[in-house]
Design a protein around this ligand. Structure first.
Ligand code: AMP
Length: 218
């Protein structure tokens, strides 16, 4: 079964996606991480994406859809997955429905995480990421054991270029304009859509996500 996590930047899709996927033994389809990995490897795709990412713009749909098509083809049909950061536009949502249809798979649930802009801006300002493994921490809520150091691989944590205060308002604007309309897209589809409060402790939010999906709470 596939679950889409929708919501603005900083709402906690990444953190909640990891908790849910680890709990269920599922895969994760995280397009931001796939793009960051492509950049770190210096591939042509990574170089193309750099320009858009650092400005808080969306990478073109065709690039993203091809990337997700490749990822889907490598995922065994029986393995569940959490989608984080995809789809982000109407074109991506339609393409995903079509690609899954071709594979005889479908989206089981959409979970919309929500929080006030004040909370989003604060979370993004406190976010620190591991450039090597993609793990995400937060100086306000989810500190690493050793300051500024990734718990998993010991790399020095960084503050993403697109998490700098000058880029955040634009990312929120892009979300409102291009991604938020997907709530109406899925509302009009047969896929169940659940609205979950993205404020509170990580465990509380995770419990709310699991409850929305009809899963036992931790
Ligand atoms: P994220 O880590 O999800 O916040 O993504 C970081 C950046 O990667 C975004 O601001 C976009 O520039 C790009 N990106 C990630 N996913 C997508 C997508 N589905 N469509 C377009 N651009 C994306």
């Amino acid at each position: 079964m596939y679950v889409i996590l929708l919501g603005p930047p900083g709402v906690g899709k990444g953190t909640q996606g990891v908790l849910l996927a680890d709990h269920l033994g599922w895969d994760r389809v995280v397009t931001g991480d796939l793009l960051r990995a492509a950049r770190a490897q210096g591939t042509a795709l990574g170089q193309q994406a750099e320009h858009y990412m650092d400005r808080g713009e969306l990478v073109p749909d065709t690039v993203m859809i091809d990337m997700v098509r490749d990822k889907l083809s490598s995922m065994p049909a029986e393995l569940g997955a959490v989608f984080d950061g995809f789809p982000r536009t109407d074109a991506q949502a339609s393409a995903l429905t079509m690609m899954l249809g071709t594979l005889g798979r479908k989206i089981a649930h959409v979970v919309v995480l929500q929080a006030t802009d004040e909370v989003l801006v604060r979370r993004i300002s406190g976010r620190r990421s591991c450039p090597k493994c993609g793990s995400v921490y937060n100086v306000f809520q989810n500190l690493p054991e050793v300051e500024d150091t990734c718990d998993k691989d010991g790399s020095a944590l960084t503050h993403r270029a697109d998490d700098q205060p000058e880029t955040v308002p634009h990312r929120l604007e892009v979300y409102r304009k291009l991604t938020e309309p997907l709530i109406a897209y899925y509302d009009a589809s047969p896929v169940p859509i659940h609205h979950v409060d993205g404020e509170g402790s990580l465990d509380e939010i995770q419990n709310n996500v699991r409850a929305a999906l009809g899963l036992a709470q931790g």
